[in-house]
Design a protein around this ligand. Structure first.
Ligand SMILES: Cc1cc2nc3c(=O)[nH]c(=O)nc-3n(C[C@H](O)[C@H](O)[C@H](O)COP(=O)(O)O)c2cc1C
Length: 320
């Protein structure tokens, strides 16, 4: 079973991905946060940095509701060397979905069908995958959505089984994922959402045998060793205690600390001062703290930090 790093705008950017992959194993492919393909046929500098230079095992994710712009962007990515591009049909943020992009494209299925028809009729594209929610308001919408997707040769269908209106709250709707499971070859499907432990991943593998993989975002931010633990759990019948424990061991803490130090240095080289780097680290800690027994107090210290020195003292005390 493959493990994919979820796109997370503002977090899993090119710096995060590069440093993360240097320190931890288990991720097969990383998806970039969404890159907007607009009608000017140009990308912003920050977006170009997500895909340039070409990096192996990375898939650019494109956000667009205009088929010509999407086709332009997909060809651009192909020229850079990418063999797959991913269409964002999942973003629930009002600034995105309210303008009929991301999960907002699920509101008008006729328009979505016309969009996909144009995209899949274009010549010379890399393969196209999709990351999708299962509806807007009502779980029954999943039936019409799968009927549309069935018409097109998606390379992969990554399903975050929540509705647009769910945002990131409530339980994932496994019954909606099952509709996909019943309608597509299982090895085209990727399950995304609330996979926070190796057990969660094993449960998905058991419930949906043969799926291509799982994608993890917040779970990996909370426990950077999660993909290693999942790989160990799915390939081994005798699972060690270490794999099953949800809080991190001393050894794992030291690895996480080395990763964070490296991440600080790489952010410092790109951002314009400690305050900007600190705000990135604080965002990351808002997920990471959950894996530590004294996480709340670490988070408090990190949030209070105003300088690198304060931050180091706050973040380090968990391994001392
Ligand atoms: C801060 C944040 C940014 C996100 N940015 C993106 C994005 O750029 N593209 C996308 O498809 N999904 C995005 N997502 C959704 C995640 O990729 C993922 O689907 C969601 O977090 C559920 O998976 P998880 O429970 O493993 O985190 C974002 C989620 C969060 C919380």
């Amino acid at each position: 079973m493959k493990i994919y790093l979820a796109p997370m705008e503002g977090i899993t950017n090119f710096i995060f991905r590069r440093v993360y992959l240097r320190h931890f194993r288990g991720i097969d492919t990383s998806y970039t946060p969404f890159i907007v393909a607009n009608q000017t046929f140009s990308f912003k500098t920050g977006e170009k940095r997500e895909v340039m230079p070409f990096t192996d095992n990375t898939v650019p994710q494109i956000l667009s509701n205009n088929p010509d712009s999407f086709v332009w962007a997909a060809k651009y990515m192909k020229e850079l060397g990418y063999t797959e591009v991913n269409l964002n049909l999942g973003c629930p943020s009002p600034t995105v979905s309210g303008r009929g992009r991301g999960a907002g494209m699920l509101k008008d299925l006729e328009k979505l069908d016309a969009f996909l028809d144009k995209v899949f009729s274009a010549e010379g594209l890399p393969s196209v995958s999709v990351k999708t929610r299962v509806g807007v308001e009502d779980p029954a919408e999943v039936n019409a959505i799968t009927e549309i997707y069935k018409k097109y040769p998606f390379d992969k269908i990554i399903v975050h089984p929540r509705l647009l209106k769910d945002l990131y709250k409530g339980s994932v709707r496994k019954d909606c994922f099952r509709v996909f499971y019943e309608n597509f070859e299982s090895d085209k499907l990727v399950f995304n959402g609330d996979i926070n432990t190796a057990q969660d991943a094993m449960k998905i593998a058991e419930e949906f045998p043969g799926i291509d993989g799982i994608m993890t975002g917040r779970g990996l931010l909370a426990d950077p060793l999660l993909p290693e633990k999942i790989k160990a759990a799915v390939s081994d019948d005798t699972i060690s205690e270490d794999v099953l424990q949800t809080s991190v061991s001393k050894d794992a803490s030291a690895r996480i600390l080395a990763f964070l130090d490296d991440l600080w240095d790489e952010y410092a080289a790109y951002l314009s001062g400690d305050a900007d780097v600190l705000s990135k680290m604080k965002e990351l800690w808002s997920y990471l703290y959950r894996s530590f027994d004294d996480g709340e107090s670490i988070l408090k210290a990190v949030r209070k930090a105003r300088t690198r020195q304060d931050y180091i003292i706050g973040a380090r005390h968990f391994v001392l």
